[in-house]
Design a protein around this ligand. Structure first.
Ligand code: SF4
Length: 321
C-alpha cells in the first residue's frame, strides 16, 4: 500500500507564511512564536467547549491530530507545527468576556490545538489568567497536558471547583517515546506528574492515548501501562486507539516508514478507510484496557471530559487565531 507522506514532506514552504501578516513574530531559541490577538477564546465543537492558548506544539508528537491547523496559517504540518507556535496573547481577557456573554454552563476542555503547558507557556504565562477566568465563572473544566509545568499552577487549579487534569500516557516504552513523542517528558515523569497532581488536590486521570497499533498494543504492553497508571493513583483511565486524520496521517506514516517499514502494509489494512482504525480492532483493544483497568477499580474519564485530540478532524479547522 502506498501512502501520501512524500507529498506532504515535499510541500513547498510559502516565501512568507500567511500568519506573519497578522502576527508579531518573536524568536525564542529554537521556537518561533507568532503573537496574535484572539478572535475568539471559546470554541464550540461536537465534543463541547474548548479553549486553547497555543496552536502548534513543541512536544512534537508525530501523531498529533492538531497538526492540520498549521496548513491554514501558511505553515507545514510537520516541522513547522513542532517549532512555530501561535500564541493568543490576550486569551484570558477574551475568555472572561465570552464566559459572560455566550457560555452555556457546560464543561470546557483546555489545551486542544497544542499542549497548554508546553515550553512557550514558561515564556508567556497565559494559563494562570485562563484558570482565574474559568474559576471566577464557576466553569467546570479539564486541562489536558503531558507537561510537568502544570505543577506551577497546581495551587490555582486546586482552588477551582469542578477542575480536573488529564495526562496522556499511552505506553511506558521509552524507546518508542523518544522517537514518536520526541519533545514530551518520559512516561516515568508523566506518571510522577499524575501522582503529584492528585496529592496536591488536582484530580488527575490518564488518557491512554494514543495506543499505537502493532507497536504498543500487545497484551503485555497494555497490562504494564495500566498497572503503572494504577500505581500512580490516577482517578481514571480512558483508552484511545491512534487516529490518523489529515496532517497527522502523513507525518506519522512517514515516521512509520522510516522506522518500521515492515508494518506499513498492516497499517494500510487498518487505516484504509479513513482516520479511524478498523472498528473491530478498536473495540478489541479498548475492551482489553477497560478490563485491565477494572481490576484496579479504575474506569474511563467521565463522558463530559473527552480527549480533545479525539475530536473529529473538521473541528481542528475552526477559528485559526
Ligand atoms: S499530542 Fe499533545 S503534547 Fe503531543 S504535539 Fe499534540 S498537543 Fe502537543
Amino acid at each position: 500500500m502506498r501512502w501520501d507522506a512524500p507529498a506532504l514532506l515535499a510541500e513547498p514552504p510559502e516565501t512568507r507564511p500567511r500568519i506573519e501578516r497578522t502576527a508579531v513574530t518573536r524568536v525564542h531559541g529554537t521556537l518561533t512564536c507568532y503573537e496574535v490577538r484572539a478572535r475568539t477564546a471559546l470554541e464550540r465543537t461536537a465534543a463541547g467547549w474548548t479553549v486553547s492558548p497555543y496552536r502548534g506544539c513543541a512536544q512534537a508528537c508525530r501523531y498529533c491530530s492538531a497538526r492540520r491547523g498549521h496548513r491554514y496559517l501558511g505553515l507545514n504540518t510537520g516541522t513547522d507545527f513542532d517549532s512555530q507556535i501561535v500564541v493568543r496573547t490576550d486569551i484570558a481577557r477574551r475568555l472572561r468576556a465570552e464566559l459572560a456573554a455566550r457560555w452555556d454552563g457546560e464543561h470546557i476542555t483546555v489545551g486542544v490545538t497544542g499542549d497548554c503547558y508546553q515550553g512557550a507557556e514558561d515564556i508567556y504565562r497565559l494559563m494562570p489568567g485562563i484558570v482565574a477566568a474559568l474559576r471566577e465563572a464557576g466553569a467546570p473544566f479539564t486541562v489536558h497536558t503531558k507537561s510537568p509545568l502544570i505543577l506551577r499552577d497546581a495551587p490555582l487549579l486546586a482552588a477551582a471547583p469542578g477542575v480536573g487534569a488529564v495526562v496522556s500516557i499511552a505506553f511506558v516504552d521509552d524507546q518508542i517515546r523518544r522517537t514518536v513523542e520526541p519533545g514530551a517528558p518520559s512516561a516515568q515523569k508523566r506518571l510522577e506528574l499524575v501522582a503529584e497532581l492528585n496529592e496536591r488536590g488536582v484530580p488527575c486521570g490518564v488518557a491512554m492515548a494514543p495506543i499505537l497499533p502493532l507497536l504498543t498494543d500487545s497484551p503485555d504492553q497494555l497490562a504494564a501501562t495500566v498497572r503503572r497508571v494504577a500505581d500512580a493513583g490516577a482517578v481514571s483511565i480512558t483508552p484511545h486507539v491512534l487516529r490518523l486524520p489529515p496532517g497527522a496521517r502523513e507525518w506519522y506514516l512517514a515516521w512509520l516508514g522510516e522506522r518500521y517499514p515492515a508494518l506499513e502494509a498492516r497499517y494500510g489494512e487498518l487505516y484504509g478507510k479513513g482516520p479511524d482504525a478498523d472498528p473491530t480492532y478498536v473495540q478489541r483493544i479498548t475492551g482489553q484496557v477497560l478490563q485491565l483497568a477494572a481490576r484496579y477499580g479504575m474506569g474511563p474519564t467521565r463522558p463530559e471530559q473527552p480527549l480533545p485530540l479525539a475530536l473529529p478532524a473538521h473541528h481542528r479547522q475552526l477559528t485559526l487565531l
